[in-house]
Design a protein around this ligand. Structure first.
Ligand code: ADP
Ligand code: MG
Length: 584
């Protein structure tokens, strides 16, 4: 029983088994690691490597370690607590599965195979085998029903597995990685010459041209890696990878430092794609806090924060693509294809001009991480909800537009400022929501199918979520392992570049996996889709267009739904305006 409880610490779910096995392969000097999964890891996790292998005696030891520790339990439990989980993984896995290891060293003429079931050593035999090790974990948690029940849907477990293999593959670009689920290849990463080649293989081809290399060395601290130009951003921080001395870690301070490096070139709520490797004296960093949580403790947090933010800021500030990023934004705000990857074009443009004028380069990294230099955009107290109640916007006087972005209206007791893009987004959102709630989002067939390149895992997930995707107004077909054909799109968004649109939707869907209900997840996705509504800030609108927009806006029941996105309008009361001029 004790061993099964202990196993829970290391073996939380199939992905943790994959992680431990692949780490062992890497420790054994493998240049090729192949991972085969069946049923999300429930029935089979198989990791094959071409590493150094084990002698028959080592093999017995490798799985027996825990048995030894059970005999001297008190002493060993203490040791585990202090030394981490050395030698724990294989025996833990063996205690909650049917484990088979086949291995051969270069110097041995025959291989050896060992079977352990539920911690009980079953058999071993000699056999012919290639040099390296093959570990097969079958029926995970077969003897711990509580844990077995805890396993989520196949797609959820696969998402976690793929996440871990991606991290390990990014950590070791020179090693070949293949991850298969049944006959599907989810990751296919040949040995890479450098990190950017590897990143392209595991993060998707579309990231390639947006990633820029970074290098920094100071005070015994080395930072290398890739960060994305502001034109490639994501709605969540999942594409941010940190490695400390070769180990993947998750850390709020590091993420904060990265975001501080971007300062304001990314709009609020967007995250870059980044792979950052930090190498430092192991004596001043502890990455073994917990085997699963991938936490890290630094001796001196500030030095690390400064190194990360400074290196990111400097690659951003001296890169030639800052110019192209700016022109991208301007083109984007005119509604061209390229800008749509980033829905908040206006915000970005603003941020970029601030960014350019601040001379980011020399200021980089001087701040404390608890006090960002440029405050986050403030959420205005006059939100989306309040002013719409009972106002009839279209009856107010149209004063004009400001910077082709805001509509100014005067009312008897105040002034309204409407953000034209936010308004269009909101209207589209409401229409999409209505359609989705009554049946499905109305779609429009494309004359010519559009292809979307993804990583194989996303294509697989897309297939699994076909129904939801159709309910959102898309029709897609698989077209090869890493390609989708889009044949129909939501009619309301027919003008938007559909590949980008669908990619956003898939990202949003992946995020909602297993957590929230479809009802609430759907709202999130629809909100994301609405960002692609064609009216952008910076587009000159005719008076007729403005009137039409306001009329549509009036019909929205703002109170009825949870608002998505940023404020649509602001209201200044007459009293407030009078206060400005000290008339009161
Ligand atoms: P640890 O990795 O902390 O030593 P594990 O339980 O993960 O503990 O592995 C136990 C031992 O089994 C390792 O120290 C190593 O000697 C051996 N081993 C495990 N997997 C492999 C492999 N793929 N190739 C060679 N040896 C391995
Ligand atoms: Mg190990």
């Amino acid at each position: 029983m004790i061993d099964r409880i202990a196993a829970g610490e290391v073996v939380e779910r199939p992905a943790s088994v994959v992680k431990e096995l692949v780490e062992n392969s890497l420790d054994a000097g493998a240049s090729r690691v192949t991972i085969d999964i069946e049923e999300g890891g429930r029935s089979l996790i198989e990791v094959a490597d071409d590493g150094q292998g084990m002698s028959p005696a080592d093999l017995e030891l490798a799985v027996a370690r825990h048995a030894t520790s059970k005999i001297k339990s008190v002493y060993d439990l203490e040791r585990i607590a202090t030394l981490g989980f050395r030698g724990e993984a294989l025996s833990s896995i063996a205690s909650v599965s049917r484990l088979m290891i086949t291995t051969r060293r270069k110097e041995d003429t025959a291989g050896v195979s060992l079977v352990v079931e539920g911690g009980r050593r079953a058999e071993s035999s000699q056999l012919g085998a290639p040099v390296g090790t093959l570990v097969a974990v079958r029926d995970l948690f077969f003897n711990t029903p509580a844990r077995r029940k805890f396993m989520r849907a196949v797609s959820t477990e696969l998402t976690h597995i793929q996440a871990w293999v991606t991290r390990l593959a990014l950590a070791r670009a020179e090693v070949q990685f293949v991850l298969r689920h049944g006959r599907r290849r989810l990751i296919d990463a040949p040995a890479a010459a450098d990190l950017s080649q590897r990143a392209t293989a595991v993060l998707g081809r579309e990231v390639f041209e947006h990633l820029h290399a970074l290098q920094y060395a100071k005070d015994g601290l080395n930072v290398t890696g890739l960060v994305s130009a502001p034109d490639l951003s994501r709605a969540n921080p999942k594409a941010i990878y940190f490695f400390i001395n070769g180990r993947f870690v998750r850390d709020r301070m590091l993420q904060h430092a990265l975001m501080a490096g971007y300062q304001t070139v990314l709009p609020h709520g967007r995250f870059p794609v980044a792979v950052l490797k930090i190498d430092m004296d192991p004596a001043v960093v502890d990455v073994n806090v917990h085997p699963q949580k991938t936490e890290v403790r630094f001796g001196d947090t500030r030095v690390v924060h400064q190194a990360v933010s400074a290196s990111v800021a400097s690659v951003l500030s001296c890169a030639p693509w800052l110019k192209s990023a700016r022109s991208y934004v301007i083109r984007g705000s005119e509604g061209s294809e390229k800008g749509v990857g980033n829905p908040r074009a206006g915000q970005v443009r603003e941020a970029l001009s601030r960014y350019a004028s601040h001379g980011l380069h020399d200021k980089a990294g001087q701040g404390q991480w608890s006090t960002p230099r440029i405050p986050q955009p403030v959420r205005l107290p006059f939100g989306i909800e309040a002013p719409a109640q009972g106002v009839s916007l279209s009856s107010y006087n149209l004063v004009g537009t400001l910077w082709d972005t805001y509509i100014l209206l005067s009312a008897p007791d105040g002034m309204f400022v409407v953000d034209q893009h936010a308004a269009a987004e909101r209207i589209t959102f409401e229409r999409l929501r209505k359609q989705a709630e009554s049946a499905r989002v109305t779609s429009q067939r494309l004359l010519v199918p559009v292809q979307l390149e993804l990583d194989a895992g996303s294509v697989a997930r897309c297939e699994e979520q076909q129904e939801r995707i159709m309910a959102l107004g898309f029709e897609v077909e698989k077209f090869g392992e890493t390609t989708l054909n889009i044949t129909a799109v939501p009619a309301l968004l027919a003008d938007a570049p559909c590949a980008v649109l669908l990619a956003d939707v898939l990202e949003e869907l992946a995020q909602s996996y297993g957590s929230s209900s479809w009802e609430s997840a759907r709202l999130e996705v629809l909100g994301r889709m609405a960002c692609h509504s064609s009216l952008r800030a910076g587009k000159t609108m005719s008076e007729t267009e403005i009137r039409a927009l306001l009329e549509q806006l009036e019909r929205i029941d703002f109170a009825g739904t949870c608002p998505h996105g940023r404020p649509v309008m602001a209201r200044f009361s007459k009293t407030e305006v009078e206060r400005w001029f000290q008339r009161t």
